[in-house]
Ligand binder design. Structure first.
Ligand code: MRU
Length: 358
């Protein structure tokens, strides 16, 4: 395997050999340590998602799918009523770990829909069906990432400079990733790009994960602090911004990692196209606008002490630590999904696009 293939085949989430556990690559340990964790209980799964050991919208959906399959396999219930009740409770519990990325509830709902669809099946039959469904969610994500990468690559040319924020690569998804997918695919085909990766404060997904993936994959990557995006754009080094997404509302407003909307505003000012890349499982047509997206708020210690040898703020200082922000649809040049590129006006095109191409 080439260095690039090693990155695009990174084994970030899988069902354990016994079918009763989920094995994850602990993303909080990267880039310094490659440590796999085996998760067996609902509490362990919840904590792994909450603490970002497994993270990225599609990856947490895949983890929830495998998690529910593993919990179902462990179930001591002999009748379907008890089996279904427990699994639905466990599903609600996992979904409550992170509110913003819709892929988590999407995957959990898809798993639970099987319970309704096959009310007459035995517990062992349901256990097999749930495992098959979780594997299908994973397999489909691999296919979607590949298709997103092809569509995104159609917008790039040899030598382009691309700015990205947070991490929407293989670790956050399956194989190529979403925002990084076109870059990996183009590189595989012999193209060259210059990527600028925002470090992405406060949890440094850009520094710890994006620059790691791109560097290991042999892509020309330059790590910058978030407040340097303006200067690299002004220098004329950026031809396009490619970012991932955690939830796209019906009008095209898009939630992604905190700081994304600032990048979009800068891009607009400098006349640089700003693209959002994600699978249709991230589009939430039941959510009218970005104002309806719940934004996760996280522990202030992530700002004050995490990653520092000593605290960088007084313990009593007030902090505001939203994990995501919403980029207004007016700032987005296109939403790139596995089904193609949706252009503005999104209120008009997204529903048609979603319906016709489904
Ligand atoms: O808090 P995180 O690290 O899970 O946030 C992830 C992002 O914001 C990603 O850009 C998004 O989930 C898309 S991943 C393909």
């Amino acid at each position: 395997m080439s260095a690039l293939q090693e990155v695009t085949h990174i084994d970030n989430v899988r069902l354990g050999e016994d079918g009763k556990s989920v094995v994850i690559l602990d993303q909080t340990q990267l880039p310094n340590r490659t440590i796999y964790e085996t998760l067996r209980t609902a509490e362990e799964l919840y904590t792994a998602i909450k603490t970002l050991q497994v993270r990225g919208a599609p990856a947490i959906g895949i983890c929830a799918g495998y998690g529910l399959a593993a919990l179902a396999r462990q179930s001591a219930a002999t009748d379907r009523a008890a089996f279904d009740r427990l699994l639905r409770e466990q599903s609600d519990y996992l979904v409550s770990s992170r509110p913003t990325a819709v892929n988590l509830s999407w995957a959990a709902r898809r798993m639970c829909a099987l319970l309704d669809a096959h009310g007459d099946w035995t517990v062992p039959q349901m256990q097999d069906a749930l495992e098959a469904e979780a594997r299908a969610i994973h397999r489909e994500d691999i296919e979607m990432c590949r298709a997103i990468s092809e569509h995104g690559l159609s917008l790039l040319k040899e030598g382009d400079g691309i700015l990205t924020h947070c991490n929407a690569g293989p670790l956050a998804t399956s194989r190529y990733g979403t925002a990084l997918g076109p870059i990996f695919l183009g590189t595989e085909r012999g193209m060259h790009f210059r990527v600028f990766a925002d470090e992405t404060r406060p949890l440094l997904q850009g520094a710890r994960l994006t620059s790691y993936e791109l560097q290991k994959g042999g892509v020309d990557v330059t790590l910058i602090c978030d407040n340097m995006a303006s200067i690299v754009m002004k220098n004329g080094w950026i031809n396009a911004c490619f970012v991932g997404c955690d939830r796209v509302a019906a009008n095209g407003d898009t939630a992604n990692k905190i700081g994304t909307s600032g990048v979009a505003i800068l891009a607009k000012y400098y006349g640089i196209p700003f693209y959002v890349l994600g699978p249709t499982s991230t589009i939430d047509m039941s959510c009218p606008t970005g104002a309806d997206i719940r934004i996760e708020e996280r522990d202030p210690e992530e700002i004050k002490t995490k990653f520092y040898a000593e605290p960088m703020a007084l313990p009593e200082v007030k902090c505001y630590n939203p994990a995501f922000d919403v980029t207004d649809h007016s700032l987005i040049a296109g939403i790139i999904t596995e089904k193609g590129i949706c252009r503005p006006p999104f209120s008009q095109n997204l529903p048609t696009f979603f319906r016709e191409r489904k």
